[in-house]
Ligand binder design. Structure first.
Ligand code: SF4
Ligand code: F3S
Length: 106
């Protein structure tokens, strides 16, 4: 499965969602996740993200590893998103910010 990682937090560009052939992105207040039970590993979403937030589960860094379980957990709670929308207002600022795990809103 592919995994949305920290770089997405407070940016939520949503360029990724419209290309997914199986509609497995789910939207929270300031982050998106991929439903691992839906993802068919096509990888087409990866180059769409302007902040390179999407990574294969096999290529997660140690710091990104917790995002695997987090995507599964939050996908069960959050609604599906299939249409791109405007990024969050301060997306450009937050695209440069790190770490920002503490900014995640549930
Ligand atoms: Fe959707 Fe393909 Fe990305 Fe998985 S890898 S989330 S199936 S676009
Ligand atoms: Fe997030 Fe990148 Fe998609 S910032 S919403 S994973 S395009």
């Amino acid at each position: 499965t592919f995994v949305v990682t920290e770089a997405c937090i407070r940016c939520k560009y949503t360029d990724c969602v419209s290309v997914c052939p199986v509609d497995c992105f789910h939207e929270g207040p300031n982050f998106l996740v991929i439903d691992p039970s839906g993802c068919i590993d096509c990888a087409v979403c990866v180059p769409e993200c302007p902040v390179q937030a999407i990574t294969a589960d096999t290529q997660l860094t140690p710091e990104q590893q917790p995002y695997l379980a987090l995507n599964a957990e939050l996908a069960a709670l959050w609604p599906v998103i299939t249409q791109a929308k405007d990024p969050l207002p301060d997306a450009e600022h937050w695209a440069q910010a790190t770490p920002k795990r503490a900014e995640l809103q549930l």
